[in-house]
Design a protein around this ligand. Structure first.
Ligand code: C5P
Length: 239
């Protein structure tokens, strides 16, 4: 099997050894690995370095959300680590996203680095309409909120958004076809929903317009993770 062009594997494991063991086992199937908060909090830049050494690309999923200067500095720091993609929260606002993007672009030009894709988290795929309204206090619909935040990310010059496949058609319609959609919360028909809410099967998500899919537990908790990747690939090939 060729390495997947669309499937990003989330290395949601507690330490570097574990992560590298998975990358070595599944590296023939996966090009882009996602390093999230849990792993980066323990292993830091070393995990990015180890994955790069093995020829992989890294999506650093740290979901930056802070004052514009802090997020811009964090963006520059991870750009210097050579990550392929990283993300910020769109709800941090236009200034935060724009400053981050502008400073990353400047540093990459100055230091001759490949510019990472910067994408924005709209509304987490674990969040439901009810929670968004009753706990977070957003009165309009989840769809309207995702549409609004996606537009803000586009206006800030970001490359795309992290969003549920359920919102992909609407986002492409609003932000254009080139605006990237990275879709987590992928659940093949044979996998458990876990704590995700707005899930879709891989096929549904790609059909709806997702450019990349992020899978974690559906692959890692499968008795044969390589087989799980193959099944997902079969499902999305030729769409
Ligand atoms: O195991 P599962 O496939 O649900 O993992 C999804 C991964 O995608 C997790 O690492 C989670 O942090 C990440 N993610 C998400 N929803 C977002 C952004 C990232 O589930 N909106």
């Amino acid at each position: 099997m060729q390495k997947s062009k669309k499937l990003i594997l989330a290395l949601d494991v507690p330490d570097l050894d574990h992560a590298i063991e998975i990358a070595d086992k599944l590296g023939g199937y996966i090009d882009i690995f996602k390093v999230g908060l849990e792993l980066y909090s323990v292993a830091g830049p070393a995990v990015v370095k180890e994955l790069h050494k093995r020829g992989h690309r890294v999506f650093l999923d740290l979901k930056f959300h802070d004052i514009p200067t802090t997020v811009a500095r964090a963006g520059v720091a991870v750009a210097r680590q050579g990550v392929f993609m990283f993300n910020v929260h769109a709800s941090g606002g236009l200034d935060m996203m724009k400053k981050c993007r502008d400073e990353v672009v400047n540093v990459c030009l100055k230091e001759n680095l490949a510019r990472p894709r910067i994408i924005a988290v709209t509304v987490l795929t674990s969040m439901s309409q009810d929670v968004l309204k009753s706990e977070i206090g957003i009165q309009h619909s989840l769809n309207t909120h995702v549409r609004h935040l996606s537009g803000l990310a586009l206006k800030s010059g970001l490359d795309g958004v992290v969003a549920s496949g359920r919102e992909a058609v609407m986002i492409k319609g609003h932000c254009g076809d080139k605006f990237l959609i990275v879709t987590p919360g992928i659940r093949p028909s044979w996998a458990a929903p876990d704590d995700q809410n707005r899930t879709m099967t891989p096929k549904e998500a790609v059909r709806a317009g997702a450019d990349y899919l992020v899978a974690g537990r559906a692959v890692l908790n499968h008795p044969d993770p390589a087989k799980a990747i193959e099944r997902i690939e079969q499902e999305i090939s030729g769409i």
